[in-house]
Design a protein. Structure first.
Length: 191
C-alpha cells in the first residue's frame, strides 16, 4: 500500500525520475535565453515548456526550490559587491586585492552564494542553466515571495496516449501584463 507516500512515481525508478526532473528544470530555465528560429513554425515563448499535467505538477516544487536558492543568493552577492575588485584577473592590481583584507571580507560575504550555486548545480547538473538561474531569473524574482511558476492546462491531449497536456511557465511574462485598452473616441453632439 502506498498510503501517505508523497509524490507521483510517474512509472519510473527514483533515479530516472530525478534525472527527468533535472533535465526538465534545466530546459525550462534555459528557455529564458532561447531565441526564435526563423525556419521554425512553432513559436518559442521564453520561460515556458510543454509537458503532461502530472509531470508539470511534480516539476513545479522542484523549480520553485531552485528559484528560491537563486533569490537567496542575490542578497549575498549584493553584500559582497562592496568588497569586490574591478581589476582584470591576474593583473598587478588584482593580485594586490587578493592579498588585502578586502578580499577576505569579499570571500566571507560571497561564500553563501557560492554554496547555493553548488547546491543548484547538484540538482540541475547543467552549468548553463545554473548561470541563467542565478544571473537572470534570480534578479527577476527578487521581490516575489514564492509562486514563481504557473501551470496552464492545454485544451488538447497528446495524440499517441491521450495524456492531458499542460504548460509550465515562469510568472512575470507577457501573460501577466495587462493590456491598456483605448476607449473609443466619442464625439459630443453640440446642440
Amino acid at each position: 500500500m502506498r498510503h501517505r507516500l508523497r509524490g507521483r512515481t510517474l512509472g519510473r525508478t527514483s533515479s530516472h525520475r530525478h534525472a527527468m526532473f533535472s533535465n526538465m528544470a534545466a530546459s525550462l530555465i534555459k528557455t529564458i535565453t532561447r531565441e526564435q528560429n526563423p525556419e521554425s513554425k512553432k513559436k518559442i515563448v521564453p520561460g515556458r515548456i510543454e509537458t503532461t499535467v502530472p509531470k508539470a505538477k511534480e516539476l513545479r516544487p522542484y523549480v520553485e526550490k531552485l528559484v528560491t536558492m537563486a533569490r537567496r543568493a542575490q542578497a549575498h552577492q549584493e553584500a559582497a559587491a562592496q568588497f569586490a575588485s574591478t581589476a582584470e584577473r591576474n593583473s598587478a592590481e588584482w593580485v594586490n586585492w587578493r592579498k588585502s583584507a578586502n578580499y577576505q571580507q569579499w570571500n566571507k560575504a560571497i561564500a553563501p552564494a557560492v554554496a547555493l550555486r553548488r547546491r543548484a548545480f547538484a540538482l540541475l547538473r547543467d552549468k548553463d542553466a545554473v548561470k541563467v538561474l542565478f544571473d537572470k531569473i534570480g534578479p527577476l524574482m527578487k521581490d516575489r515571495d514564492g509562486g514563481y511558476t504557473r501551470i496552464v492546462r492545454l485544451p488538447r491531449v497528446r495524440q499517441n496516449d491521450a495524456s492531458p497536456l499542460a504548460i509550465i511557465e515562469f510568472v512575470g511574462n507577457e501573460r501577466d501584463r495587462k493590456k491598456q485598452r483605448q476607449a473609443p473616441a466619442v464625439e459630443m453632439a453640440t446642440n
